[in-house]
Design a protein around this ligand. Sequence first.
Ligand SMILES: C[S@@+](CC[C@H](N)C(=O)[O-])C[C@H]1O[C@@H](n2cnc3c(N)ncnc32)[C@H](O)[C@@H]1O
Length: 392
Amino acid sequence: MEEETSKLPLPGAFVEFLEANGLDPWIYSATDSTPRYIRLKPECEAELEEVEADIKCKLEKVDWLPGFYSLPPSIQIANSKAYQQGKIYGIDAASGAAVSALNISAGDHVLDLCAAPGAKLCLMLDLLGDMGSVTGVDVSRHRLAACRTMLQKYASGNRCRLFVADGTTFSFIAIRVHLDSKSCESALGEKVERFKEWSSRRTWKERKKAARERETAAMAPGIQHPELIFYGRHSGVVGLSKDELYQTVSDGEFLSCGYDKVLVDAECTHDGSIKHIKKFEHWGWKTLEHRVLHAERTDSLTVLQLKLLTNGFRLLKAGGLLVYSTCSLTVAQNEDVVEQFLKENPSAELQEIEAAKSWPCRSGRIPKTLRFDPLTSRTSGLFVAKLTKLAT
Ligand SMILES: C[S@@+](CC[C@H](N)C(=O)[O-])C[C@H]1O[C@@H](n2cnc3c(N)ncnc32)[C@H](O)[C@@H]1O
């Protein structure tokens, strides 16, 4: 076995990590020929031939996932006009499947608890149509700023708001009803500031004020407060006061006014994504060992994953749907987390993913959960579990 796995183009520490986690390294044996995937923006479907001429490559329709196309891994899209003009974006088909499992429909209020860099968020906004909203949360300011740039490039952000926040404690409800925002005075007669339409062009004074607020918040002990870094015209934010936007409700109230759909695409070791692992070829395999694979890090990750899943579920309304996904294929970060979560949350129930009957994936160790891997699925590796909240 040792001799055989040494033929794989994988660093030794990674192979050891896979074996220690009971994963067969051979699932990565065909990664050089695994296609890359793009999604064509729905309004550009009629321009398929133009896009093909632009990227000089025939796009193969992914018959199990609407709007997705595969292309050879050697084709670069970054220099194409279609990419620069925001007609296509790169997103793996397995990631598309995770979003598709949420059955997003027009009018849904969706929460994406680990949103950056934002490919799944863009897809959600495409599926949402002209009603509802998507709230994207991520703890990393610079990754979420990249997500904001992506929304602006794809002109997708109309119904979206983005918060830099810790997903394990995030607590704001979706804005369903436009509150009466006509009065600009509080009950005490003070002038109330209301959110105006978003503009990335801030005055020097506004930028300075925001930086000062960030500095003060960073120095304050305890929980960091969520920071709104983007909101679209129809995200429900325009016209609200700070108090209205940052209002919190009790846990019980989330049952009726929580989110319709929640995605918890949790931070993980990314071992299912060979593209991610191969980045360490340049940064050094030792860095991969220190930063990603060592046991302490994976232990603390499983704690984080359970907390993210638990909070995402708390924010879900009764009857709503939650998808938990990771791009790791280890049981510890997937089935074990879901099993522990189900033990602690009797109102949670695993759901069959109906569409998966036509998807090229395998069942996870727990029935109804799914695993995509490069060998079976010709996609990046991904674990997907779908849950609902029972009315209690
Ligand atoms: C797998 S990536 C998400 C990918 C994203 N859903 C997409 O499709 O582009 C995991 C993300 O979780 C974020 N993260 C890590 N800890 C977090 C926390 N406590 N709260 C919110 N986000 C967190 C990381 O910054 C990272 O961007």
